[in-house]
Design a protein around this ligand. Structure first.
Ligand code: SAH
Length: 256
């Protein structure tokens, strides 16, 4: 059976909104909790993720806690805000979408983040996934190829106190070499192969979660969400599930 768990119809320069990163005192942590508005809806969303069918549910308490803290409605345009806590991808402009919450939870859990970890995200989009990561890791570096999305996400993250996220507008196929190596890499757009620069920038012992596959041709075509582990012996690849993400664009198309 093919399970399409996510339909992401749409899924440098460093950006420092306001000229500087938010001061350390404003750094949001898991202990801060989230804003009071729509907290009950966030709790219900997290309960749905934990009670999903056994093959797909996510019960990692830290991931669920982070998702009950981050105000997803702040990351979507006003016209989509009413649906922010339903389990579906939503449009964020520029033909791109914010991922379905279940997929955000499953991908985050697969990274098995530790508090000191440094994480690379390719495909910042709205910044929501980066905000979730920022509560579970020490530093998040996120690259977005669409400049206006990168700028908007950087502003939202800064406003909400996610001061440990750096956003760059550029082609994430190349990773973020100056900040490498990373303990974990998460890719939220689909290349047709695992980019070599990203495995090169992963530490030995590191994990990458990435959708891989050809561009979607029709409603039945899917990509594979895979976990790539880097060991001293090389790369090990394990399939998690079938998914649908927007394609990775840019250099990836010239590097087949
Ligand atoms: N993680 C996002 C959702 C991402 S949707 C969130 O939480 O909202 C996929 C994103 O990948 C889109 O914004 C798209 O513009 C971006 N993208 C596509 N190709 C890319 C590339 N080569 N480098 C960086 N970003 C890319």
């Amino acid at each position: 059976m093919v399970l399409v768990a996510a339909l992401l119809l749409g899924c440098g320069r460093d950006i420092q909104p306001g000229g500087a990163a938010a001061p350390a005192s404003r750094q949001r942590t898991l202990a801060d909790g989230g804003p009071d508005d729509r907290a009950a809806e966030r709790r219900a969303m997290v309960e749905r993720i934990a009670d999903y069918s056994p093959a797909f549910r996510v019960r990692d308490p830290k991931v669920l806690r982070a998702m009950s803290v981050v105000p997803r409605h702040e990351f979507v345009p006003p016209e989509a805000a009413a649906d922010a806590y339903s389990d579906q991808p939503l449009p964020i402009g520029e033909g791109q979408t914010i991922s379905q919450p279940l997929i955000v939870a499953a991908m985050t859990a697969a990274l098995d983040l530790q508090p000191g970890d440094r994480v690379l995200e390719v495909g910042t989009g709205s910044g929501y996934q980066a905000a979730v990561l920022s509560l579970l890791a020490a530093e998040v570096y996120s690259v977005e190829i669409v400049g206006v999305l990168a700028e908007r996400a950087a502003k939202t993250l800064s406003r909400l106190g996610h001061a440990n996220v750096k956003v760059r507008s550029g082609d994430g196929y190349k990773g973020w070499p100056e900040a490498a190596p990373f303990d974990a890499v998460i890719v939220t757009c689909a290349p047709d192969h695992v980019p070599r620069p990203l495995t090169d920038q992963l530490k030995v012992g590191g994990r990458m979660i990435i959708p891989v596959g050809a561009e979607l041709k029709d409603s039945r075509s899917v990509q594979e969400l895979v976990v790539v582990r880097k060991t001293a012996a090389g790369l090990a690849r394990e399939k998690m599930m079938d998914v649908r993400f927007v394609p990775m664009v840019g250099e990836v198309r010239r590097s087949r």
